[in-house]
Design a binder for this molecule. Structure first.
Ligand SMILES: *Cc1c(COP(=O)(O)O)cnc(C)c1O
Length: 450
């Protein structure tokens, strides 16, 4: 019989894991998973783990969801994949129709890719290429926010700003303009998030005024900088940004790879600011966490700037082998059907209220500096004596202690630095939330007791 320790041993002989210092596994056990069901991941030895981070923010409706399983299985019997240049298939067409119907207004065209970073590359290249096709070749820079994350490929890494991932590769990266983030963790005592976000727009306005002639686009993660410690800001910033981008003739790229599909309470986070971006990047929850797929939505104006006689060489000659994969599109369609049939956003409102309420009880712990929430994302930031100005040094790896405590207590929590967060599948039950928060409380107590 296959045992977990056999599998872990074989794994460590041949697999190099993502985002991991492999030497840690000399003392940190690898966790082999045999199967998933709903919010649970099951190992080979009768242990289970509640997937409180949706397996890196991708899962929406649980593992082995019967409805998504059925859709993928049915598609598997018909067509597993076909080239998307010159050819098409029903799942891609229907998915593009559905996405353009639910996206913010004006986003009428879907360009498919196969992962989040690739979607970012597509949006950056399309924006640059649009300006070039429009006789504005001097526009070749991008504006980003500090603390932002847009993926790991070189273009996506360049427009990101989390030093841990970026610093080493800095010599390889294109030169971007970084503007201070409206991240509300930095607000003054007594200052509202809306006031702080509005105040933090001043450097963006200045940057656009000074650099508009050489800037293609501003790229942001609407409302929550997820990989950047789950830092949050007010929708007013997005409203101001949309207006300023229009005024200065600069595109707005919304990276909703993590926050799209209901995570922040609305289908897309941009809706909370009543704005539509020029490019909307989606992935992760797009397929309910089943298969890699991403899409960039844009509008007619951009599309038209590429639409020409072939000989004029204005086409967007970009592709990925698995672009618009039919199995992935079928999973995405099943996911969107669940949203419609189950009135998910409405159900999530009470679920998010319950999750937030329980998590706010953690504010009574001495080393919790803030509990913050946007919909189905709740983050608990740890700092010495709850003092925002006294973060625990990263070398102490206190989040890792929470991770280990959670694993020993049937939960998968994977803190980012000193931030313990919950981003569970939407099928989590209130009593499971209660257990999870109790586990996190004990984990935080252990992690901060010295
Ligand atoms: C995960 C993520 C990406 C990158 O997506 P991958 O599929 O991991 O390449 C980009 N932007 C944001 C906001 C993300 O959370």
């Amino acid at each position: 019989m296959l045992t977990a320790s056999d599998l872990a041993r074989r794994d460590l002989r041949v697999v190099w894991h993502p985002c991991t210092q492999m030497k840690d596994h000399e003392w940190l056990p690898m966790v082999p998973i045999a199967r998933g069901e709903g919010v649970w991941l099951h190992d080979y030895e009768g242990r289970r783990y509640l997937d409180a981070i949706s397996s890196w923010w991708v899962n929406l409706f649980g593992h082995a969801n019967p409805r998504i399983n059925a859709a993928v299985t049915a598609q598997l019997g018909r067509l597993e994949h076909v080239i998307m240049a010159g050819f098409t298939h029903e799942p891609a067409v229907e998915l593009a129709e559905r996405l353009t119907a639910i996206a913010p207004p004006g986003l009428t065209r879907c360009f498919f890719a196969d992962n989040g970073s690739s979607a970012i590359e597509v949006a950056l290249k399309m924006s640059f290429h649009y300006w070039r096709n429009s006789g504005r070749g001097a526009k070749r820079r991008f504006v980003t926010l500090t603390n932002s994350y847009h993926g790991e490929t070189l273009g996506a890494l360049a427009v990101g700003h989390v030093e841990l991932y970026r610093e080493i590769y800095h010599p390889l990266l294109m030169d971007v303009i970084a503007v201070p983030s409206p991240d509300c963790y930095g607000r003054e005592p007594g200052e509202s998030e809306a006031d702080y976000s509005r105040r933090m727009f001043a450097p963006m306005e200045e940057t656009l005024a000074r650099h508009a002639d050489e800037v293609c686009a501003v790229i942001v993660e609407p409302l929550v900088q997820c990989a950047g410690n789950m830092r949050m800001y007010d929708p007013v910033y997005l409203a101001l940004l949309r207006e300023a981008c229009d005024r200065h003739g600069v595109h707005l790229i919304a990276d909703e790879i993590a926050v799209g599909f209901g995570r922040t309470g609305t289908m897309f986070a941009c809706e909370q600011a009543y704005v539509a971006p020029d490019f909307l990047c989606l992935s992760k929850g797009l397929t309910g966490g089943y298969l890699p797929l991403s899409v960039v939505l844009t509008g007619e104006r951009v599309y038209e700037a590429f639409y020409d006689e072939y000989a004029n060489l204005r086409a967007f000659l970009h592709s990925h082998s698995y672009t618009g994969n039919p199995l992935a599109c079928a999973a995405a369609l099943a996911t969107l059907r669940i949203f419609a049939e189950d009135d998910v956003l409405e159900r999530n409102r009470s679920l998010a209220a319950h999750l937030g309420g329980r998590c706010r009880e953690l504010e009574d712990l001495p080393h919790v500096a803030e509990v913050r929430q946007r919909g189905m994302i709740v983050a608990v930031e740890l700092a010495r004596d709850g003092n925002r100005l006294a973060p625990f040094p990263w070398q102490e790896r206190r989040g890792l202690r929470v991770y280990r405590h959670a694993l020993a207590n049937e939960a998968l929590l994977r803190p980012i630095g000193n931030v313990v967060y919950f981003m569970p599948p939407y099928v989590i039950e209130p009593d499971q939330v209660d257990r999870l928060v109790a586990t996190a409380r004990a984990g935080i107590e252990i992690a901060t007791c010295d």
